[in-house]
Write a protein that binds this ligand. Structure first.
Ligand code: ADP
Length: 610
């Protein structure tokens, strides 16, 4: 937890400056516009309309009351009709306002869905385009997680609050204009009444974001503990070893410490907000008392009084809504900034590069290759050199952690060496086009994936999930020794391999491994096969059969703990703590009497694993 914790906290960015905030807001807005120009325009127009109606309605209410007072003191039907006309107009304005608000909500809901989908697609496309090193970077993982978690909500919230803020501001301006017409003092009053709320909101801007992103390591720990208690993968050990209660206790502690901090923060915020709210209300109430006072004194009409009191109330509502929108915008901007940081992550170039090397007979070469994982002192591979000519078989031996899997990642070009070169057909892998390189290599990774898709998809994944030719898929299944297993599945290749689906079916470890091998074999153009412990979950009979089939005139890189598998290899290299310590044929290495010979002797009994 500790080393990922540091980088996770780095993601919690400070509240952005005005210029950055404005840039991000503008960018989110353009994203919205690009997603749906029609909806954006419609919402903009409706917002404007809804913004100006309250002041109009209040002005009409003044006309109504003054009209009623006049009509009461006059015998003329014209005065009565006029009062009735105003009250009808006011009712109409309020009805239109109500309807427009509903329609606005409807369009905003649509925009929410569309923008959520657009942003999620952007994040997924970006994730798919990242390199393995980026994907394995804890800071990038945290950025992606945060972006994905809030993909549907934050960018929309931001745009919604900007519209909302604009609406409140416009209403406020129209209200202020009417107030100013009566007395500039009342206008000042609205501003003064809003000030405490503004200060309060500035004070807390960004705290929730910092709180939650700062605590994301604990939150992840919490959901990990949850998964240990609920998932079936963890159930066997949890039940047998009986650590369920201890997990619950740790879960409770974590929850208390998180929640305790949470409550303290919210309580402080609530108290300050309540105090400032009372202060602001006091200012507005003072204004109201003053208006009533001058009305009694006869300085203004009853209609004016009603309008002014209404305007003050409206102004107060607008000010606090505006503040809420502002506060929300600052929070949203922090999340949106993270989204843009994700969008700006550099992408791996997979389309340019060479599709063939200058010396097709040369095969694969490691030249003094070193590679270190970020943050690790000892290199995972340290100046490793070897040559695998076409059609040859290379065995790789080494204890756990000696660098075998890292070597596979370098051969497949998923990592690039820190120093030295990996060459294929006389050309540095860095200069190969990603797709061309993939066509040349059939790989079974360790650990491999068990896709909860159909058996067909599990094999077709070996060629971009795009292979549909049944004969080709079955040929790969045959090579991977998965033919019989597929024959036994209830719906053959189309069986969904998940126990959690009604017509699904689960496989054993060894069966999954056969599908992974079939996947590696599907790309029959590949002339180099890389198999990282392909036989670990297989019984010895299956293994012997597989080893005979593995040849087929292709180059093979075979990583195996069962050294007897490697006897026929043209060359065996032995890795120890990232260094190549021995190389040669089985006989030569046995004669050398070094690490290989010792490992081999210890496995003389074929059922004793290394
Ligand atoms: P092997 O396949 O021989 O068991 P690996 O190539 O997986 O060995 O690992 C070599 C070394 O690199 C080990 O010390 C391991 O802890 C380290 N290592 C492997 N993968 C990572 C990773 N993603 N991040 C950091 N260190 C890693």
């Amino acid at each position: 937890m500790s080393d990922t914790g540091t980088s996770e906290q780095d993601v919690a960015s400070p509240v952005p400056g005005l210029a950055t905030g404005a840039r991000h807001a503008w960018r989110t807005f353009s994203l919205t516009w690009k997603t749906s120009p029609g909806l954006t325009l419609l919402i903009g127009a409706l917002t404007l309309f809804v913004a100006l109606l309250p002041a109009l309605a209040l002005y009409l209410s003044k006309l109504v009351i003054d009209g009623v007072v006049t009509a009461m003191g006059s015998a003329s039907p014209a005065d009565r009709d006029l009062a009735l006309l105003w009250v009808t107009a006011e009712a109409a304005a309020l009805a239109v306002l109500l309807a427009a608000r509903r329609i606005l909500v409807f369009y905003k809901t649509r925009l929410h869905a569309e923008l959520g989908f657009a942003v999620t697609s952007i994040i997924l496309r970006k994730s798919a385009a990242l390199s393995l090193a980026q994907v394995e970077d804890a800071a990038v993982q945290q950025q992606l997680l945060l972006a994905r978690q809030y993909a549907a909500s934050r960018p929309y919230n931001l745009v919604n609050r900007l519209f909302d803020g604009a609406q409140q501001a416009l209403t406020l301006v129209s209200v202020a204009a009417l107030l100013w017409g009566f007395s500039p003092w009342l206008f000042v009053l609205v501003v003064a009444g809003g000030l405490p709320l503004f200060i309060g909101n500035l004070r807390f801007a960004g705290t929730a974001y910092r709180f939650y992103t700062g605590r994301s390591p604990q939150m992840r720990e919490r959901s990990y503990l949850e998964s240990l208690v609920t998932t079936e993968a963890a159930a066997r050990e949890r039940l047998h070893f009986g650590f369920g209660d201890e997990l619950l206790r740790r879960y409770g502690d974590l929850f208390k410490s998180l929640h305790g901090d949470d409550t303290a923060l919210h309580a402080r915020q609530a108290w300050i907000a309540a105090g400032l709210g009372v202060l602001s209300s006091a200012v507005f109430l003072g204004g109201k008392v003053w208006i009533v006072w001058v009305t009694i004194g006869g300085a203004i009409s009853l209609g004016q009084m009603t309008m002014l009191v209404g305007l003050l109330k409206q102004g107060q509502t607008n000010v606090s809504s505006l503040m809420a929108a502002f506060n929300g915008v600052v929070e949203d901007l922090l999340y949106v900034a993270n989204l843009f940081a994700v969008m700006e992550l550099p992408e791996e170039d997979r389309t340019s590069g060479a599709t063939a090397g200058p010396d097709p007979a040369d095969g694969l070469r490691f030249e003094n290759v070193s590679f270190s994982y970020p943050g690790r002192k000892r290199p995972a591979l340290d100046r490793v050199s070897f040559h695998l000519p076409h059609g040859a078989r290379l065995g790789i031996v080494g204890a756990n952690g000696s660098g075998k899997t890292t070597l596979v990642k370098l051969v497949t070009g998923l990592y690039t060496p820190d120093s030295g070169r990996v060459m294929l057909d006389g050309l540095d892998l860095r200069q190969w086009q990603r797709a061309a390189l993939s066509r040349r290599l059939g790989v079974m990774f360790q650990p491999f994936m068990n896709y909860k898709l159909s058996a067909r998809d599990n094999i077709a994944a070996g060629l971009a999930l795009a292979e549909t030719d049944e004969a080709r898929i079955m040929a790969a299944a045959r090579l991977g020794l998965a033919e019989e297993l597929i024959g036994e599945l209830p719906a053959g290749l189309d069986t969904r391999l998940s126990r959690h689906l009604i017509d699904g079916h689960d496989l054993s470890g060894g069966q999954w491994q056969r599908l992974a091998m079939a996947r590696a074999y599907l790309n029959d153009e590949a002339d180099i096969l890389i198999l990282d412990e392909p036989t670990a979950a297989m019984d010895p009979a299956a293994e012997a059969e597989f080893m005979q089939r593995a040849l087929n005139g292709k180059s093979v890189i075979l990583i195996s703990h069962r050294l007897s598998n490697l006897r026929d290899a043209d060359q065996i290299i032995v890795l120890d703590k990232g260094k190549l310590v021995e190389a040669g044929t089985h006989d030569a290495l046995m004669a050398l009497g070094g690490l290989y010979a010792r490992l081999f002797d210890s496995q003389a009994d074929p059922y004793r694993e290394g």
